[in-house]
Every structure is written in C-alpha cells, then in structure tokens.
Design a protein around this ligand. Structure first.
Ligand SMILES: Nc1ncnc2c1ncn2[C@@H]1O[C@H](COP(=O)(O)OP(=O)(O)OP(=O)(O)O)[C@@H](O)[C@H]1O
Ligand SMILES: [Mg+2]
Length: 370
C-alpha cells in the first residue's frame, strides 16, 4: 500500500500555525505597520509562554512552546530592529540558531518565512532583484508578465520580511546591491520604467557565520545599514541539555524515530561537546585538545538523532553510549580526519578515569571503534 506523500519539514508558519492564530487572537498591544503581531507577542512566540495559555477563536487553549532558549534581551533587540529603519544581521558561530531565529521571526511578523535568498559564492544581482522569463521577454518585450521578481522584490511589494541566509558568502559587489534597497527602500526596474517602493512591514533579516568568510568582507556602507545581533554559544550545561533534548525530540517525531533518550546519556553527550569545544574539562582541571570542526549545539542534536536511528533499527531501541560514539566520530572528524586523535586523547585522559556506568560504557565503545 502506498502512503500519501508528506513534507519532511514544514516552514515555521505552518508548523506553528495554531500558536500564531492564538497569539494573533490575544494581542491587545500596538503593532508596527504591516506586522501581524505586536513586538511583545513576537517575543512570546520566540521565547515561549511558560504556563500561560492563549485561547484560539474557538476557545482552544494553546501554550506557546519556546523556540529560542537564551537571552531575552537579544531577542527584544532583534525584534525592535525589525520595527526600525535598519535591517537585522544575526551573527555567530555555526549552529547557534541564527537561521532558526530568523525563520521564526519572519513567520511571526509576516506570516511567511519563505521569502528567502540563500547566499553563495554564485549568488548574482538578478537573484536579489529580479530576472526575466526569456521566452516571454522575446515574445512581448519587457512586461510585468515577463518579470520574475526575486524574494526581496516580492517582500517589498507585499510589505513582508525577507531573509538573506549567509550574506557574507556572496561577493562584496553583490552584497552591495542591498545598499540602495535598504536605504531608499526601493528597486528601480528601468526596463519597465517602474520603481517598486517597499510597502510598510518590509525589512530584511540576514545571517552571517563568523567561521566562514566572516563579516569583515562586508563594506562599511552596508554594515551601517544593519543592526548586528550576536547569538552566543549556549552558556550552561543545563541550558544546552534542554535545547538538545527538545530539538532532538521534535526531530525524532518529524522523522518517525522511536528511541528512548536516557537522561544520563544526554548529559554525557552535552558534556563531551562542551569539553571538546572549550578545550578544557567542565571542572577546569584537565586541558583537552579541541578538534578543528565546530562542536556546535546543532551538531550535538544531529549526533543524538543519528544515535536514535541506530538504536531503533540496529539496537534495542534505547540510545546507548555505543550509538552516541558511532555518530560522534563522524562529527568530530568532519573537517580533518586527523582529529580522531583528539577524541582518542580525550578518551584516555578524561573519560577513562571517570566513574559512572555511562562513562565506562562510552570509553569501551570508543576503544572498540577507534
Ligand atoms: N539557543 C538555542 N535555542 C534553541 N535552539 C537552538 C539553540 N541553539 C541551537 N539550536 C538549534 O540548533 C539547530 C541549528 O540551528 P541553525 O541552523 O539555525 O544554526 P545557524 O546558526 O544558522 O548555523 P549555520 O551558521 O551553520 O547556518 C536548530 O535546530 C536550533 O533549534
Ligand atoms: Mg544558518
């Protein structure tokens, strides 16, 4: 029997449609022009409502789940920026939730997170502004019908938030196409003798990764048109455990993975990530060699999800040290195969002396594999 196809991943506005309806229905606060929600409710959408619930129009109480776990003030600054004349640049190490936050902000403010450009070395000015359907262009000359507006042009016309992922991967000349868009809030289409003016509600959320070419590539003129919000690497072990656990459970539900995540194993995994990342054990006593790859929270989530799939299909349905170790090796050696030495050294110097069943099982799994 064949199953009806189901999308693997829905955009935030569809995944969280019920939450957005409930928030919109209970929003007594002032909204900036063109916004679906007030800044205060956008904040609630991003950070969660705790025990408070909001009724939908038909009376169903909805609790708002936290999307971003971290500093409330950062999110407030990000939201306030989007209500100003400046655009927002989310900066940070890989895997600190820049894209995730951008997607949810756009969904809450504009009801769509899909007006998006993925920046690459090959991004061209056409992709940022507009292109043409060449068959129509040849047949009838430049016309509205032959115009293929890019995501930013569509966002300007509709008064919505556009997203520009990995802005600093684009060539500087291409980035600078944004200058006039962000200062004059218009795009000229000389072929049609038209100037498209951005409607109220339009703004831009860009992300930039500090590990790639970095933000140094941006011209200072362009930098001035953005407010920078730096998303930090997660502060504490407890907070990182909470993020990894919640996101892994969500992903397991999406991918129909049924595996148990034991609490002590979650703690072990996050501890390993934090220690390898910092180059120091959590008690500050032992130095650890850090691998060249970024041991990000996002990577920890992916290791645990992989562990879950291994446990469900090839194990006993419970994620154990062996499954974590098997997925971890791939994560640690992503940038450089020689980084396996960091893991071996960590096993001998840090893991071996540790008491506790999970740590010992983790050590044995490592010795088996490496
Ligand atoms: N503080 C956090 N709160 C909630 N989720 C987080 C947090 N940090 C990381 N995550 C999770 O990490 C995953 C990866 O995040 P995302 O892809 O947005 O990272 P990124 O910063 O855009 O990375 P890259 O620079 O590689 O594009 C997401 O599933 C996100 O939920
Ligand atoms: Mg990203």
């Amino acid at each position: 029997m064949s199953e009806t196809p189901v999308a693997i991943r829905l955009p935030a506005e569809e995944r969280c449609a019920l939450e957005l309806t409930a928030l919109c229905h209970n929003d007594p606060y002032p909204r900036p022009p063109g916004w679906l929600l007030s800044p205060k409710r956008v904040e609630t959408f991003l950070l969660g409502s705790g025990k408070e619930t909001f009724p939908t129009p038909d009376g169903q109480p909805v609790a708002i789940r936290p999307k971003y776990l971290g500093d409330r003030r950062l999110i407030q600054v990000a939201i306030a920026t989007l209500a100003s004349e400046r655009a927002l640049l989310l900066v940070g190490e890989p895997g600190v939730a820049k894209s995730w936050v951008g997607e949810h902000l756009a969904a809450a403010i504009s009801g769509t997170s899909r007006l998006i450009i993925q920046g690459t070395a090959g991004t061209t000015e056409d992709q940022i502004k507009y292109a043409w359907n060449y068959a129509l262009l040849l047949a009838e000359g430049p016309s509205e019908r032959a115009l293929v507006p890019g995501p930013i042009l569509r966002a300007m016309r509709q008064g919505k938030i556009a997203r520009f992922e990995e802005l600093t991967r684009c060539a500087s000349e291409v980035q600078d196409t944004l200058l006039s868009i962000l200062s004059e809030k218009e795009i000229a289409i000389p072929e049609l003798g038209q100037v498209v003016l951005a409607q109220r509600g339009f703004n831009l959320i860009a992300t930039a990764n500090t590990r790639d070419r970095g933000i140094n590539d941006m011209s200072s003129a362009l930098k001035r048109r953005f407010n920078f919000v730096t998303l930090p690497v997660v502060d504490t072990l407890e907070q990182e455990m909470a993020i990894v656990e919640t996101r892994t459970r969500d992903l397991m539900a999406d991918y129909r993975v049924q595996a148990e995540v034991p609490a002590d194993l979650l703690k072990l995994l996050v501890t390993v990530f934090r220690e390898l990342r910092a180059g120091l054990t959590l008690d500050g006593q032992t130095k650890v060699k850090s691998p060249s790859t970024v041991m990000s929270t996002a990577e920890a989530i992916s290791v645990l999800l992989n562990g879950g799939i291994l446990a469900q299909h090839f194990g006993d349905g419970r994620i154990g040290a062996a499954e974590v170790m098997r997925s971890l090796v791939g994560a640690v050696t992503k940038e450089d195969a020689r980084d396996v030495a960091c893991l071996e050294e960590y096993l001998e110097n840090v893991v071996r002396p540790r008491k506790g069943g999970e740590w010992q099982a983790f050590y044995r799994a490592g010795k088996d594999l490496l």
